[in-house]
Design a protein around this ligand. Structure first.
Ligand code: NAG
Ligand code: NAG
Ligand code: NAG
Length: 379
């Protein structure tokens, strides 16, 4: 990225968070979203800084040695309906707000050096491929991937107040962009967002060759949840992949013929109790439904192995051992606000969605604004 573009990015980040974290003024500092790594030559850690939030807790070089319940892999892929990852905590019973800086990859398929999402945890998912992005939106028993029961969760993205990303150093790739025909050609995704919480998820990766990747994968609407950031017709109990139109970029809507940009109020102003617009679900087509048993075959195998005597390895999960990760995100302790989701779900009612998407979407309100505020404050 050119210095001009970089300074524009920094200025934008400063404007969007209200503060330019001290971290990012260090002369050698490169924002995570600007770092470029080829799939075949991943660094051990994408983030080598040791700043206000400490060091990257896991690693990006993930392989058969790292795969399994103790993996600290922080390289995620979004490839196909049967092959994607989500960011979730290392340790059981952890809120997203408390662990945003150190989430690890939990994937549906072996071969990524990651943890595996337990069989049965995902109860519905829709993958949509549009001209500008690929996204998975779905329903999950979040306690099976270490997320605290009832946690409204929040947004992970490659930015954050200090531009080091959440998780720090987290990298995302996809084999579904470009002219790929063999599933082995991976594109680094620089703009993505992943909402986790309220037993739901959305992970959108924007095609870096598209004209508006940063807008479609906008990261500043962290308090208005899945239904505004990833409007979709995903339904619990259904597993399908579809083609689709691009959604309107999050926060952009049309009212009386005018294109309007929504401004998300500051966390300090309290719960967001009303929204000036309803999210518009983009058209989808060519949907193909699958049985989950046909999709997540690696997960079935993993579970079988555990129950046939090796259950120790499953329950050990190594999660506690991994707690020694090199940093405990500083400042995040003040940021847990799981209560926020209850009030926020009121805004979901405004969408009038009948399939429950609105309910799960908006209630995935962020605890991250608080975390970012805490980080910004510390910085
Ligand atoms: C596997 O990944 C680990 C963790 O990143 C790394 O230390 C190790 O060198 C890798 N092994 C190979 C053979 O690349
Ligand atoms: C999870 O954490 C909460 C709050 O810290 C605690 O009340 C609860 O007992 C924990 N649950 C489990 C299963 O550890
Ligand atoms: C690529 O992966 C998808 C799903 O993961 C699979 O259906 C398809 O057959 C694969 N293509 C090739 C050429 O292996």
């Amino acid at each position: 990225m050119s210095p001009v573009a970089l300074s524009a990015l920094l200025a934008f980040a400063a404007a969007s968070t209200g503060v330019l974290a001290q971290d990012s003024t260090a002369t050698s500092f490169v924002p995570l979203a600007s770092k470029v790594f080829s799939w075949d030559d991943l660094p051990y850690q994408a983030d080598t800084d040791d700043l206000v939030r400490g060091r990257q807790s896991g690693y990006n070089r993930c392989n058969s040695t790292t795969e399994g319940a103790e993996s600290l892999c922080q390289t995620a892929v979004i490839n196909h309906l049967d092959d994607f990852c989500l960011w979730a905590p290392m340790q059981p019973n952890t809120s997203i707000g408390d662990s945003e800086g150190e989430e690890v990859a939990w994937c549906t398929k072996k071969g990524h050096g990651s943890r595996l999402i337990p069989a049965g945890a995902i109860t519905g998912v829709q993958l949509t491929k549009t001209p500008g992005y690929i996204q998975v939106v779905g329903f999950i028993d979040q306690t099976k991937i270490n997320i605290l029961s009832g946690d409204g969760g929040g947004e992970l993205d490659p930015h954050g107040a200090d531009l080091r990303g959440n998780p720090l150093g987290g990298l995302v790739y996809s084999n579904a962009f470009g002219t790929n025909t063999d599933n082995n050609t991976y594109t680094q995704v620089h703009e993505w967002h992943n909402f986790m919480g309220s037993n739901s998820f959305c992970f959108k990766v924007c095609d870096p060759s598209g004209p508006n990747a940063a807008d479609l994968c906008q990261h500043i609407y962290d308090r208005i949840g899945v239904s505004y950031n990833c409007p979709t017709a995903a339904q619990d109990g259904t597993f399908e992949y579809c083609d689709g139109d691009n959604q309107d970029p999050p926060g952009i809507y049309t009212s009386n013929g005018q294109v309007v940009t929504y401004t998300q109020p500051a966390e300090s102003l309290g719960v967001i109790s009303s929204m000036p617009y309803d999210p518009k679900v983009p058209a989808s087509s060519n949907c193909v439904q699958m049985a989950s048993s046909a999709l997540f075959t690696d997960l079935a195998v993993a579970t079988g192995a555990a129950s046939s005597g090796a259950s120790g390895s499953a329950t050990a999960s190594g999660a506690s051992a991994t707690a020694t990760g090199t940093n405990k995100a500083s400042g995040s302790g003040t940021a847990t606000r799981t209560g926020a989701s209850a009030g926020a779900s009121a805004t979901g009612a405004a969408t009038g969605d009948s399939n429950g998407v609105a309910a799960f979407g908006v209630s995935a309100i962020s605890t991250l604004a608080g975390v970012m505020a805490a980080v910004a404050f510390l910085a």
